[in-house]
Design a protein around this ligand. Structure first.
Ligand code: NAD
Length: 713
């Protein structure tokens, strides 16, 4: 007999005056806590409370997982409210869990699969937990810039002790069943097939013995004492990252402050603190990233579904990039031909692949047998003989228009008519390259980042004549290689390097106007960039960077023109190429392990001083950040307006995955949203006299007037 039937859960009677609350979200593959589920939990709790004949409750899930957590898509609307409002909502939700926990009968939860966030908090509100040996539990909220808000910071420390709770909540890491049992967070483990019976038996035992009655008050009480050593240790660990990632430290302070309070007072603290942490920019950015990642995954699935199958591919050019592409393809299961024009080049490419594979074997991540199989699936060649058997070709020969045109036209005649050709050019126009092809519809850009095995992003560039299926096939190939493809339009610098160049333009103008590049680096690193702009030039290589900047600024001359002699030109003229020859903005000396160590260099400073007609001057942190970030935001906004990429999510993710844009700022467009478009547009107006790259677009001004944002709220 059914006591309650909803969309997300149901309650049914079991023999022996027991009931089973089963989470089984209709039409979805997982259970999660969205507004509807919370409402139904409240209704189900009331229905159970109203039936005085019930003597025990079993909680189960009908999905493969138990409950995967809160519905993160609902966070954007919730987190846009004030801290007090968020606290009020949190307080109401926590009250549902408390009402459930206080039902006058023993409750046993069967954790059959993943129980994360709110899912684990639900399980924590039961008297006993039996866990499948294959399940995992955890409170991963800090990865979203927040901490548990359904009582997790209150119930977990009371169950497992403060030290373990700090570790689990502070790290956000999921825990395996044996760890969960050892910590005391669950009472028993069971083989997956025996889980329900074991949990039911535990419930019957609780009903018969009444043991739960003595357990409960202890779990509602304050802890007798605080593990001060554990708190100090956790603080010391979280503090260095707290500036950009405040949630772990805030959770630690919350737990330290509420452990010595009784449950309800502690829950009140949690709700208040949750309201505050949810309002941080980091939470806003990380929640957005989660949503962006979901969108990218959905798109990846769609590309794969629309793609032609690639059983076998070929890579042209066995250099740094070609070698990395061939290796990545082979290791992920797509065999490749690797062609070069000279045997020594081929040997070099293969040696690189062998080195990468050996690293995996040495670290124990790959067997020697598998290494051999992967190596065999890279077939080196100096001719086109076997090219009629490939479904796709990735061209990665030297960056020279004439050479690339000749190579592409040539290879097109050696492959099947429906094979897709892709070029890993970093700058050349896809339309221009396609002009020499008989089947331009089968041609697309495939821009990898260096080093290929490490960098997750691939820009898939559609030329004006590229077909949908060719773009999907190359995007699908990138997915098969374990990469994240973003489909973009053709244009100088494509998406990522174009936006990054706007940032470089801001940097070079700052130097011209008297800034100290070491200070700019320091401010931008404190802002969250993995390296400041001067250091980044040294790593890219000044000559390469000059070439890229010249090319892209020429393409967007009206906005990005550099009409003065700038620091990168001066460095190149002095052959200060950066890390690769030991001197750039900094000086480099190899450390004991042979790795280059950055040192200040008076010569570089003198060189830059010569380019500062007004001399050196001090800049505030805010001015440095604004002058560096605004051109980037404007360029990103223009890319969105021009449809360079389809969504703000793809633009921001490209910057995060492609150039290390700080995750806690969420990408250029999310950063603008978080600062507020109104303020961004005002700052643009303030700097607009400097150069056209500081002029907000009319659309940005309009959006600011309407109070709208790049990412939907
Ligand atoms: P590289 O000089 O290391 O390698 C180029 C290879 O192509 C050489 O082995 C050369 O022998 C071979 N080659 C030349 N002509 C050929 C032909 N006709 N047929 C077959 N092979 C031929 O260059 P790289 O750094 O690997 O760059 C390759 C491409 O990738 C360029 O278009 C470059 O712009 C692009 N790219 C480079 C980077 C990077 O950081 N290095 C990043 C993204 C894209």
């Amino acid at each position: 007999m059914s006591l309650f039937q909803g969309d997300a859960l149901r309650v049914e009677r079991l023999p022996g005056d027991l009931a089973e609350l089963c989470f089984d979200r209709r039409g979805e593959s997982v259970n999660k806590f969205d507004a509807r589920t919370l409402q139904e939990l409240q209704d189900a709790t009331a229905a159970i409370a109203a039936d005085a004949t019930l003597r025990g409750l079993l909680v189960t899930s009908a999905k493969d997982s138990f409950i995967v957590g809160a519905d993160i898509f609902e966070f954007t609307t919730l987190f846009a409210r004030t801290a007090d409002e968020i606290a009020a909502v949190t307080r109401r939700n926590a009250a549902l869990f408390t009402a459930f926990e206080d039902l006058p009968l023993p409750i046993v939860t069967a954790i059959n699969g993943l129980a994360l966030g709110g899912g684990l908090e639900m399980a924590l509100a039961a008297d006993y937990r039996v866990m499948s040996s294959a399940a995992q539990i955890g409170l991963p909220e800090v990865t979203l810039g927040i901490f548990p808000g359904y009582g997790g910071t209150v119930r977990l420390p009371r169950l497992v002790g403060v030290a373990t709770a700090l570790e689990w909540i502070g790290s956000g890491k999921p825990q395996q069943a044996d760890t969960a049992l050892a910590a005391g967070s669950v009472d028993a483990l069971a083989a997956p097939a025996a889980l329900r019976d074991t949990a039911l038996a535990r419930l019957q035992q609780a009903v018969a013995s009444g043991d739960w009655r003595t357990q409960r008050p202890r779990r509602r009480a304050a802890l007798a004492q605080l593990d001060a050593v554990a708190v100090e240790r956790a603080r010391a660990e979280a503090a260095p990252r707290a500036r950009h990632y405040p949630a772990p430290l805030a959770a630690i302070e919350l737990i330290a402050a509420s452990a010595l309070l009784a449950r309800d007072a502690a829950l009140e603290r949690e709700a208040e603190a949750f309201g505050r942490i949810a309002r941080t920019r980091t939470a806003g950015a990380l929640v957005q990233l989660f949503i962006n990642e979901q969108l990218l995954k959905k798109k990846a699935r769609a590309y794969t579904a629309a793609a032609r199958r690639i059983e076998r591919a070929a890579v042209l050019g066995a250099g740094i990039m070609g070698g990395g592409i061939a290796y990545t393809s082979a290791v992920r299961g797509t065999p490749v031909l690797l062609k070069d024009i000279a045997q020594p080049a081929l040997d070099l490419g293969l040696r690189e692949a062998t080195k990468l594979l050996q690293k995996q074997v040495d670290s124990g991540r790959m067997s020697a047998a598998r290494r051999a199989t992967v190596l065999q699936s890279i077939e080196p060649t100096l001719d086109y003989a076997a090219f009629d058997g490939v479904d796709a070709v990735v061209e990665a020969v030297v960056e020279n228009l004439k050479v690339k045109k000749a190579v592409l036209a040539d290879v097109e005649q050696r492959v099947k008519p429906d094979a897709v050709l892709a070029s890993n050019t970093s700058s050349l126009s896809i339309a221009e390259l396609a002009s020499v092809l008989a089947r331009p519809e089968n041609f697309v850009g495939m821009h990898f980042f260096n080093p290929v095995p490490v960098m997750p992003l691939v820009e898939v560039i559609r030329g004006p004549r590229t077909s949908d299926v060719a773009a999907a096939t190359i995007a699908g190939y990138a997915v098969a290689m374990g990469k994240t493809p973003v489909v973009v339009k053709d244009g100088p610098g494509f998406l990522v390097n174009r936006i990054l160049t706007a940032n470089f333009v801001g940097f070079l103008m700052l130097l011209r106007d008297g800034a100290d590049f070491m200070r700019v680096d320091q401010v931008m690193e404190a802002f969250g960039w993995p390296m400041g702009p001067a250091y980044l030039q040294d790593v890219i290589g000044m000559d390469t960077s000059e070439h890229v900047i010249d090319y892209i600024t020429a393409g967007y001359r009206e906005r990005l023109a550099l009409d003065f002699r700038h620091a990168i030109q001066a460095m190149v003229a002095q052959q200060r190429y950066g890390q690769k020859n030991g001197a750039g903005f900094y000086r480099y000396e190899a450390d004991a392990r042979g790795r280059p160590q950055k040192r200040p260099d008076a010569e570089a400073q003198a060189l830059v001083a010569q380019l500062q007609p007004q001399g050196r001057r001090e800049f505030s942190d805010d001015e440095i950040i604004d002058r560096m970030m605004l051109p980037m935001i404007i360029e990103a906004a223009l890319c969105l307006e021009e449809g360079m990429a389809e969504t703000a999510a793809e633009i921001d993710m490209s910057l995060i995955l492609g150039v290390g844009f700080p995750r806690h700022h969420g990408g250029a467009l999310k950063y603008a949203d978080l600062v507020g478009l109104g303020r961004i547009v005002d700052q643009c107006a303030y700097y607009a006299a400097l150069a056209p790259c500081y002029a907000a677009t009319p659309r940005m001004t309009e959006m600011a007037r309407q109070g709208s944002s790049f990412h939907a709220r």
